[in-house]
Design a protein around this ligand. Structure first.
Ligand code: NAD
Length: 261
C-alpha cells in the first residue's frame, strides 16, 4: 500500500477510466474524492464500495467541470475532509464528432472547458497545498489525440494537444517542489465515451457499427486490441510511486502502438 497517507481528487471518476484510477489509488491506501455525473444511487454504491473494499475514505463531489468556482470548491472539499490533496488526476472528458463546418459552437466551448480548462482550474487550486507540503502528483488523462489527429474531432484534438502543453509548462514550474506532472495518453479504451461516439462516427463517415469498431477505432491500434481501464489505472499508480519521482513533464502513450506509426 504505497499511498496510505495520501489523498487524491480524480475528476470524471463516476465512470470509465476515472473510476478505475480512483479505485486503484484507493487500493493503494489513498483517500479519494470521486467526481462526475450519473445516477445518485449508482454513485453512492461506487463510493461506499470503495470505502468497504479498500478501507479508505471516499467522498463524492458533484462539481461541474465547466464551472471554475465548483472546481475550486471540489479541491477545497478534499483538503477540508482529508487534510490535503496530494494527488490530482484531471480526467473528466467528453467527445463530440462532427465536420468542422457543422460543429456546434456550444459543443466546442464545452469540450474546451471540460477537457482542458478544468485541469487549469483544479491545478491552480491544488498546487499551493502541494508546494507547502513539498510533495504532489498531477496526472492528466490526455489521449493519443494529444499527439496525433483524426478528422471530425477538432475540439477534442485541440483540447488534448492543449493539455499536453499545460502538462509540460506546469512540470517546469513546480519541478523543485517535489511535484511531478505528467499526461497519460491512452489509445482507444472501451468505455461509455467510446461507445457513445460510434453512432456519430457512423453518420459522419457513412459506415456500419462493425466498420467503425474495426476499420476506424481498432484500425488505429496496431495491436488490434482496446486498452483496458485497469491498464491505464496501473500506470497512474506507478506515476504516484517514489520510483516515478524523476518522471515529469512527459506524455506517456498507452495506445497499442498507434502513435508509433
Ligand atoms: P466516460 O464517459 O466513461 O467518463 C467520463 C467521466 O467524466 C464521467 O464520470 C462523467 O460523469 C464525467 N464528466 C463528464 N462531464 C463532466 C462535467 N462537466 N463535470 C464533471 N464530470 C464530468 O469516459 P472515459 O472514456 O473514461 O474518459 C475519461 C478520460 O479519458 C477523458 O478525458 C477522455 O478524453 C480520456 N480518454 C479516453 C479514451 C477512450 O478511448 N475511452 C482514450 C483516450 C483518452
Amino acid at each position: 500500500m504505497i499511498l496510505r497517507s495520501r489523498s487524491a481528487v480524480v475528476t470524471g471518476s463516476t465512470s470509465g477510466i476515472g473510476l478505475a484510477i480512483a479505485r486503484a489509488l484507493a487500493k493503494e491506501g489513498a483517500n479519494v474524492v470521486i467526481n462526475g455525473f450519473g445516477d445518485a444511487g449508482a454513485i453512492e454504491k461506487e463510493r461506499a464500495g470503495i470505502e468497504r473494499e479498500f478501507g479508505v475514505k471516499a467522498i463524492h463531489s458533484p462539481a461541474d467541470m465547466t464551472k471554475p468556482r465548483e472546481i475550486e470548491e471540489m479541491v477545497r472539499l478534499g483538503e477540508r475532509t482529508f487534510g490535503s490533496v496530494d494527488i490530482l488526476v484531471n480526467n473528466a472528458g467528453i467527445q463530440f464528432v462532427s465536420p468542422v463546418e457543422d460543429f456546434p459552437v456550444e459543443k466546442w466551448d464545452q469540450i474546451i472547458a471540460i477537457n482542458l480548462s478544468s485541469a487549469f482550474h483544479a491545478i491552480r487550486a491544488a498546487v499551493p497545498g502541494m508546494k507547502a507540503r513539498g510533495w504532489g502528483r498531477i496526472i492528466n488523462t490526455a489521449s493519443a489525440h494529444s499527439l496525433v489527429a483524426s478528422p471530425f474531432k477538432s475540439a477534442y484534438v485541440a483540447a488534448k494537444h492543449g493539455i499536453a502543453g499545460l502538462t509540460k509548462t506546469l512540470a517546469l514550474e513546480v519541478a523543485t517542489h517535489g511535484i511531478t506532472v505528467n499526461c497519460i495518453s491512452p489509445g482507444y479504451v472501451w468505455t461509455p465515451l467510446v461507445e457513445k461516439q460510434i453512432p456519430d462516427t457512423m453518420k459522419a463517415r457513412g459506415l456500419t457499427k462493425e466498420q467503425v469498431i474495426n476499420d476506424v477505432l481498432l484500425e488505429a491500434q496496431p495491436t488490434k486490441q482496446f486498452v483496458t481501464v485497469d491498464q491505464v489505472a496501473a500506470l497512474a499508480v506507478f506515476l504516484c510511486s517514489d520510483a516515478a519521482s524523476q518522471i515529469t513533464g512527459t506524455n506517456l502513450p498507452m495506445d497499442g502502438g498507434w502513435t508509433a506509426e
